[in-house]
Design a protein around this ligand. Structure first.
Ligand SMILES: NC(=O)c1ccc[n+]([C@@H]2O[C@H](COP(=O)([O-])OP(=O)(O)OC[C@H]3O[C@@H](n4cnc5c(N)ncnc54)[C@H](OP(=O)(O)O)[C@@H]3O)[C@@H](O)[C@H]2O)c1
Length: 224
């Protein structure tokens, strides 16, 4: 599946690293931070010169998908309607010391994984989890070191029609995609798990994800 253009919400370390990686793979990038697009000029000139600054509310316009790379503590500031109807790749992470919006705190307390909680909130979007378990340094590594490491990146979604698109993005930026069974299985990719920030090939990553999910299974709450 051919990806022409992506939107990236969040223009910090992760967002600009993905913007550089995507641009060097020939993918057009629209990017937004919390500040107005007109104030992004110098920031992008330095960190993501090929990306086009847009307003956060326009991030889903004319793109194949949107990647969410805003700290979770700022998610209340993201307009749910701005990503309505699109494939939203959740690349955010839960950090212990980060204060969270109430809806997110409550959903985590109910036992949802971080991306399930985000899917519940952004309920007009088709949420997939991906690109959260790699550091911005590695995301933006040169192609030679990416292919030498043959690193795999996992993704998880309940919308299996989107799988090809997510896998294609991962592949185009230089990694081997590994699909997990569903969004809940994306819990294995969260910080403190034994996949997070590890450089793993596809087989090992799939094995660790299956092990992690088997460990979670008995205590898994019923979702409705
Ligand atoms: N850093 C990594 O290596 C890495 C890798 C994978 C995933 N992640 C995850 O990605 C998320 C972001 O991490 P980061 O390290 O990139 O953070 P960061 O460097 O602090 O950047 C945060 C960005 O989010 C933007 N932002 C804040 N509120 C926003 C809003 N309402 N709408 C649009 N943009 C908004 C900020 O824009 P302004 O500057 O304009 O305020 C800033 O560009 C975290 O959840 C993190 O765990 C990080």
């Amino acid at each position: 599946m051919n990806i022409g253009k992506i939107g990236i919400l969040g223009a910090g370390r992760a967002g600009t690293a993905l913007a550089r990686a995507a641009a060097s793979a020939g993918i057009e990038v629209n990017i937004a931070g919390s500040r107005p697009a007109r104030h992004m000029k110098y920031h992008l000139a330095q960190y993501a010169p090929q990306a086009i600054a847009v307003e956060a509310t326009d991030i889903a316009r004319d793109v194949d998908l949107v990647v969410l790379m805003v700290p979770q503590e700022d998610l209340d500031e993201v307009d749910i309607d701005s990503v309505d109807g699109v494939l939203l790749i959740d690349a955010t992470n839960r950090w212990e010391d980060e204060p969270l919006p109430n809806w997110l705190e409550n959903a985590l307390e109910k036992g949802l994984s971080s991306s399930e909680a985000i899917a519940e909130h952004f309920n007009g979007s088709r949420v997939a989890k991906a690109l959260n378990h790699i550091s911005h340094w590695d995301l933006d590594a040169d192609r030679a070191s990416k292919s030498a490491s043959q690193r795999a990146l996992a993704f998880a979604t309940n919308h299996h029609d989107d799988a090809e698109l997510v896998a294609s993005l991962i592949q185009r930026i230089g990694f081997a995609p590994v699909m997990l069974p569903d969004l809940a299985a994306g819990r294995a990719l969260e910080p403190n798990g034994d996949i997070f920030n590890e450089i793993l090939g596809a087989e090992e990553l799939a094995r660790r994800a299956a092990e992690e999910n088997a460990r979670q299974e008995p205590s898994k709450p019923r979702l409705h």
